[in-house]
Design a binder for this molecule. Sequence first.
Ligand SMILES: [Zn+2]
Length: 203
Amino acid sequence: MKRKVGDYSKFVNHPRYGRGPRFTDVRPREKPLGYRLTTYISDGTIGGTAVEADLDRQIPSPVPVLYYFDLTRVCVECHRPFIFFAEEQKYWYESLGFVLDADCIRCVECRRLQQGLDRRRQRYEELFRREERSAEENLEMAECCLDLVEGGVFHGRHTERVRMLLNKFPQNQGDAVARRIRDLRDRLPLIEAGRSGHDVQET
Ligand SMILES: [Zn+2]
């Protein structure tokens, strides 16, 4: 595979690996029988980016993979191009124990957003199940709920729950709490206005 100089200026920047390919001096050896030179998901391979696999650490598979290459991908969430770096693959398949055909479908920014939303959802559900909540917990629950509506995880009508939670608060609140309540109240109409046209995922 030849090293190709491409334009990666529109690619999502990875805080650790950057935007463009990471060229290496690794020259893949001849492939022995029963091995693959690169992963099962190797479409979009960028030549000259090989990183050698550690077969002892790789999750066992019928056909082990000798090298990882940087792969170009398009994010399913934001539709921007990004690179699934060889070093990330090494981490996935050798440290996290992912199977070799596990592909990366979201860019790093959308993955982080997703993880943040997963945590918000867990926290929301935890608070939701409590029989009694403090005022602070009600406020936190309202914030989680609105984040989840904005993130498209909760249906738009969950804004009603946010309003319900906010209505539990008496008028005279301390500065910090009053600011958080005001912030939520400001965000609500924007979300409700945007909701009439298109529905998000039902939860
Ligand atoms: Zn993305």
